[in-house]
Ligand binder design. Structure first.
Ligand SMILES: *[C@@H]1O[C@H](CO)[C@@H](O)[C@H](O)[C@H]1NC(C)=O
Ligand SMILES: *[C@@H]1O[C@H](CO)[C@@H](O)[C@H](O)[C@H]1NC(C)=O
Ligand SMILES: *[C@@H]1O[C@H](CO)[C@@H](O)[C@H](O)[C@H]1NC(C)=O
Ligand SMILES: *[C@@H]1O[C@H](CO)[C@@H](O)[C@H](O)[C@H]1NC(C)=O
Ligand SMILES: *[C@@H]1O[C@H](CO)[C@@H](O)[C@H](O)[C@H]1NC(C)=O
Ligand SMILES: *[C@@H]1O[C@H](CO)[C@@H](O)[C@H](O)[C@H]1NC(C)=O
Length: 421
């Protein structure tokens, strides 16, 4: 879908000190990187009430950070893992980081090309624009390590100026920047045989739990039963319906005005899910204890009752617990949805943010344009590589395949599923 150099991510990059050391191994054909979701701890000043900033309330709260080791001297550098963009760049301009994040930004370790004897400066400028602002800089080449896996001579940007960011970004999308003159990090992992397939799985977890990005592999003990391929259109997943399962176990479906479904872009750099207004209003009106705020979000009890939001992808329904859909922000809690404003430019898609990703196990296989999903779970760890080619995701039962399926509501699938931009 995207063909320009404009990255669609809406990431507001925030800083944390607590990035985890990598526990990776390239030997089994996959590379696992621990990811941690951490909070800034206080409301940042891009408040919900400043409506001159587009989508402000998608940008609060928690972000997912991984740590890379860059250069011959293995410099630890934290970066935001972002499914919504394609470039790797480091060294944010802390003087233009968001208010309240500058201090953290300055305290994060930075890449120093001069201290690495494998670094090389390239004769190419970096200029990329995100939903949250621009990043300018220069391209370098150096070795990037994740545990036992090493990518030699990876090209990445070193920022000289960036807006709002307080850590760099590791983009997981296939290359779209500058007409693909760069290998993305994932492409390098494949080319240098650190993984067998350019697919990766994303297992984001709740606050203070460690999740993982597994390049070239899956963890069969982190999903409920069965990973299933869902319809996709470009970089978007086709969502065909939504529902809500209430605490009293009764369920309700909400229909889209577009019956064939909508394309939704998965962006780990965003917290909220931005979906059609009619469906979001319907869900919020029925959600126990939700009260609307003046800026178009809903305040909800921080202590979520038992209940689920159900996402329908053709004949696969994923139920995500209310507790995963609640976004906490400085002691207040909000429902993890915002209606897509009518006045957004057309290129801004519907979005699944981290509040969706917390509830699912997702495999992105951009080599084959396949996306696989199941509800997330946790019953240990068993890593398997994803093989090259179509349908390379291992078909292995997850945690609770034998459990009664009575809690799974199946909504009638539409008669046609077609791609929607
Ligand atoms: C490059 O740096 C590494 C680690 O700092 C060191 O072990 C190695 O000997 C250096 N190589 C050269 C050619 O200077
Ligand atoms: C940051 O805070 C200062 C002082 O409170 C204010 O003048 C400035 O506009 C703020 N910047 C942003 C980007 O909100
Ligand atoms: C970066 O790219 C944008 C859009 O192509 C352009 O308007 C801007 O002038 C560029 N900035 C620099 C410093 O090259
Ligand atoms: C991308 O690069 C190729 C080869 O340099 C060129 O033929 C093509 O027109 C470029 N595409 C765009 C969209 O710039
Ligand atoms: C269950 O709860 C929902 C939402 O509060 C309500 O609309 C519905 O009537 C209830 N159903 C039953 C059978 O109590
Ligand atoms: C629905 O599920 C069945 C079996 O679970 C599968 O064979 C079929 O291909 C699926 N249909 C669609 C449209 O995904």
């Amino acid at each position: 879908m995207p063909s320009s150099a404009m990255a669609f991510t809406l990431s507001l990059v925030m800083a944390f000190l607590f990035t985890l050391a990598s526990g990776a191994t390239g030997q089994g054909g996959y590379v696992e990187l621990p990811v941690r979701e951490l909070s800034l701890g206080s409301r940042h000043p891009l408040s919900r009430r400043q409506n001159e900033i587009p989508l402000p309330n998608m940008m609060d709260g928690l972000q997912y950070v991984v740590t890379l080791s860059i250069g011959s001297n293995k410099q630890p550098v934290p970066v935001l893992f972002d499914t919504g963009s394609d470039l790797l760049w480091v060294n944010p301009d802390c003087s233009h980081a968001l208010n309240g994040t500058q201090k953290l930004c300055y305290s994060n370790p930075r890449y120093n090309a001069l201290s690495s004897n494998s670094s090389k400066i390239l004769d190419e400028a970096l200029n990329i624009t995100y939903g949250s602002g621009a990043t300018l800089g220069v391209f370098f080449e150096d070795d990037v390590e994740l545990g036992n896996a090493v990518v030699k001579s990876q090209q990445f940007g070193v920022a000289t100026y960036s807006e709002t960011a307080s850590v760099g970004i590791l983009g997981g999308q296939p290359g779209i920047y500058a007409n693909r003159t760069h290998k993305t990090f994932v492409e390098s992992l494949v080319e240098q045989k650190q993984v067998r397939s350019g697919a990766y799985s994303v297992d984001l977890r709740s606050r203070d739990e460690t999740g993982a990005v597994i390049f070239g592999g899956i963890d069969t003990k982190k999903y409920k039963c069965k990973l299933e391929k869902v319809e996709s259109a470009g970089f978007n997943i086709v969502l065909t319906g939504m529902g809500q399962t209430f605490p009293n176990a009764s369920a309700k479906a909400y229909s889209f005005s577009m019956e064939s479904g909508i394309g939704v872009f998965v962006d780990s750099g965003t917290n909220f899910n931005m979906l059609p207004a009619d469906v979001v209003f319907g869900i919020a009106a029925d959600y126990p204890g939700a009260t609307s705020t003046s800026d178009g979000s809903w305040r909800v009890p921080c202590e979520a009752p038992d209940g689920k939001i159900d996402f329908v992808f053709g004949n696969k329904t994923i139920g995500i617990s209310y507790s995963d859909m609640v976004v906490a922000d400085d002691g207040e809690c909000f429902l993890g949805f915002v209606p897509r404003p009518d006045d957004l430019p057309l290129y801004v898609p519907y979005i699944f943010g981290s509040s969706f990703l917390r509830g699912v196990y997702a495999v992105f296989d951009w080599e084959n344009d396949q996306i696989w999903l199941d509800e997330s779970d946790d019953c240990g760890s068993n890593l398997l590589p994803i093989e090259k080619g179509k349908d390379g995701v291992p078909k292995v039962a997850g945690c609770k395949c034998n459990a009664k399926a009575s809690s799974t509501i199946v909504y009638p699938a539409p008669t046609t599923i077609r791609s929607v931009n």
